[in-house]
Design a protein around this ligand. Structure first.
Ligand code: SF4
Length: 389
């Protein structure tokens, strides 16, 4: 029976591979049945790619283990997956992926969301892996190995009933009683290297705790090239919606202001923004009212379209000109880290409209929700209009 190992490239799964290869008694299968599968989101830290190429791929090559790297082809499942590599002699870790999670975030001017299920992970990793595994197992029963450590029994229990028909889940670390510290020590003893947590550079979960911030902010300072991606993503997302931010609604930008080297990084980031093409976007949101409470919003439909493009100075200058010469009555010009002309602002009653001309990097595509036109009509008729004029 095939044994498919979902190799997440982090501490836990690296420790499993090392143990299996160094200590054959730790496994009950022949290595010729093992297939290592890696889902690439396209946004991993460079250091992770380096660790894999330097320490893990040589082991896989030495044992001739089939290793497949996979990514999404586009933001539509209809386009399927891209096999980045399928070999028993892996050398390159394709962390650049194909269609990246960040491509999707930039296109719709948002950041990955925390809370509830990790939609980004399900889309960029879970779905790609399930599609690949269905292909390589051809519907036959297979053992699916996951690297949950001993303190992740809750995740393990939730994972057990999931997945493809014929899937037999296996969790070696929980069976061995290994936690993350133990895995880290094993990798340290084996390679004399501190294995970093595998994650996308823009991962909000990596910033969700004090320990996560202490770990991640210095990495941004040390690697401006990698920091520019989450900072640009957040900048565009906040331009379109001031309530966004990578740290649970708080901005990474603000957190970096307070760490050593952060202000210098942010000065470089501003230079980076200066070199990008910019746009003025017309961002409109139509908020519906909650069924039983007109003071609470239900979901919103959004429309975001570019109305001008150019370099940053031209675009900011153009919005400034519009604000100073053509500001409609009741509109408000906001100047600061972001420039916005507010035409409709959210009020305390719903349904209500929100509309602003905003400036930001020209990375978002024109996108209007299917239900927007109808919701916008309703929002314009909503009670908030009474207090707007
Ligand atoms: S690492 Fe973070 S951002 Fe990337 S897919 Fe996983 S949860 Fe989403």
């Amino acid at each position: 029976m095939k044994v498919v190992f979902g190799f997440g490239m982090g501490v836990d799964s690296a420790a499993i591979l090392v143990e299996w290869l160094d200590n054959p008694d730790s496994r009950t299968f022949d290595l010729k049945d093992l297939i290592v599968v890696i889902a690439q989101t396209g946004d991993e830290w460079l250091e992770t790619g380096w660790l894999i190429e330097m320490f893990i791929f040589p082991l896989l090559r030495a044992h001739g283990i089939r290793t497949i790297q996979v990514a999404r082809a586009s933001n539509s499942q209809r386009d399927g997956i891209v096999i980045l590599d399928d070999t028993t002699q892996p050398t390159t870790c394709y962390i650049q992926g194909a269609y990246r999670l960040s491509d999707e975030n930039f296109e719709v001017a948002t950041v990955p969301q925390t809370g509830g299920i990790r939609k980004c992970s399900l889309k960029a990793k879970g779905w790609s892996l399930d599609t690949l595994i269905a292909d390589i197992t051809g519907g036959e029963p297979f053992v699916h190995v996951i690297g949950f450590e001993v303190n992740e029994l809750g995740r393990m229990m939730r994972d057990m009933p999931l997945g493809l028909p014929g899937r037999i889940p296996a969790y070696p670390l929980t069976g061995w009683g290994w936690d993350r510290d133990f895995c880290e020590q094993l990798l340290w003893k084996k390679f004399q290297v501190k294995w970093i947590k595998s994650a996308c550079v823009q991962c909000p979960y990596a910033l969700a705790s004090t320990a996560g911030l202490a770990r991640t902010l210095p990495r941004y300072v040390a690697s401006p090239y990698e920091a520019f991606k989450p900072l640009t993503m957040e900048y565009l997302s906040v331009a379109a919606n001031p309530r966004q931010g990578l740290i649970g609604g708080r901005q990474l930008y603000d957190a970096l202001l307070d760490v050593e080297g952060g202000p210098e990084l942010l000065a470089e980031f501003q230079e980076h923004l200066n070199c990008m093409p910019w746009a003025i976007y017309d961002v409109r949101r139509a908020f519906r009212a909650k069924a039983d409470d007109m003071m609470k919003p239900a979901n919103a439909a959004r429309s975001m379209t570019r109305i001008a493009t150019g370099d940053r100075a031209d675009i900011v200058g153009l919005l400034d000109y519009m604000a100073n010469h053509h500001l409609p009555p009741g509109a408000r010009y906001e100047i600061g880290r972001h420039q916005r002309v507010w035409l409709h602002e959210r009020n305390i009653y719903y349904p209500c409209p929100e509309q602003a001309f905003v400036t930001g990097p020209a990375l978002a595509i024109d996108k209007t929700n299917k239900t927007f036109a109808e919701a916008w009509e309703e929002a314009l008729k909503g009670p908030s209009q009474l207090s707007f004029v």
